[in-house]
Design a protein around this ligand. Sequence first.
Ligand SMILES: [Zn+2]
Length: 498
Amino acid sequence: MRPWGHPHDCVPLATLPSLPTADSLVETRLRYHEEPMRRLLGIVLLGCVSVSAQEPKAQPQPDERYKADILVVVAHPDDEAAVTPYVARALDEHKRIAVVFGTRGSSGSNEAGTEQAAALGAVREIEARNALTTLGIGNVWFLSGKDTASQNVLQSLANWDHGETLEQMVRLVRLTRPEVILTFLPGTFIGEDHGDHQASGVLATEAFDLAGNPAVFPEQISGPMKRLEPFLENLRPWQVKKIYYFPDAEREDIFRGKGPSYSVKEVSKLSNKPYWRMALDAFRAHQTQAKSYLDRIAQMDEAQIEKMATSEDGWGEDQHYVLGKSVVGGTVTGDIFEAITPGAVPFVRPEITPETARPDLSIELGGPWSFYAEFRRAHGLANLPHPEPPEIALQGPGALVIPLWIRNRTAKAQEITISAMLSAGWTAENGTGKFIVAAKQTAAPRVEVNLPAPADKPADKASKKVEPQEVTVRAEANGQVIGEVKLRAELRKRALPQ
Ligand SMILES: [Zn+2]
């Protein structure tokens, strides 16, 4: 008879001393290599006899040391500074914080030494750990994503091995069992708009919807039942209660009132310093990213630091969040922990917004723009603010590529004419003119626009920057306009690649 073949014959496996964890299974495997099944059978039978006479035993629980109230998910070491002023406040309320970084920041710059690439990533990992240790946060993990210098979230997701890093992200949600996730807003807009920042928000949102689903990565939530199963992780599904985003867009008006705001000027009960000051102290670990800035601060007295940090550098600004979604209710602008009570909640399937009806012949923006439209639909985020028309900042002289979807749902091939309406000095290099889309097919043409050098800033100091220019791409068929897409593009002397 197989010793564990009939559960009613015997005790649950979890009560057997040598079986519950993967580590002990490895040990078990080594020991029983010499003395095969006989000894294992002996322990199991002994277990049957001794446990039946005992009081009921508490089942082992997940490790409390890794339970988080807030899981922060960002892309690069130093990105955590976007939330550390709020985190300092949350520490005052005894919240447990854990942080996930998507990459080690290996394609960044280095002000502190000569190290570059993977070596820089190794240095920046320690900088991030040291920064968070300053705040007493030790539960810090890194996904295996690679720092990707572009504004295109799809490029980052590809370079991060999306499936693999999502699996890692879901594992860390199940391990840390957070009440709330704080992450970058998944969207594209004029601002820092790093594709990696967006990717961290995408993965965190996907994990929010997947970690509670027992059908997703089931090997993570299955425990070993017998020896030679040291790959099963014995985690539990976990439904996070709320997810909040922080945008790094320049134009923040569309995000105002979409979530709570926090002043960071109060003094911490823990450190006797203002919250913003605790965040700045933590940031001092990031020598590779800001050595010259940090050296300047080191020369200042406390009053000078306060004046510079709070009036010029934004450390003292209120922290604004955007509510992504909540499965426990609460108000949009209420406290992040409003309506959250201790304990697990059941898995909630995301609400999918129905697909918008399209005419038989249609045109829409492709690339990251259509991805985000689908993403918001798939994750119940139809109310997530996004600029309309979409916007982007680009380096000039340079190029703007406008990816398109042209859908032909009719039963015959269609001749489509694409034209672009552009500002003076902007020229269409490629992608305009006539082409054929076969019956029932979707084509993915691109219009490429040559961009001039950005105009010098207006002499009038009051208007600080050059306004974005509107680009319109029009599609016509059978002498009729089938649709237009619009994009606002701003030219800069420096910008991340599109
Ligand atoms: Zn970053």
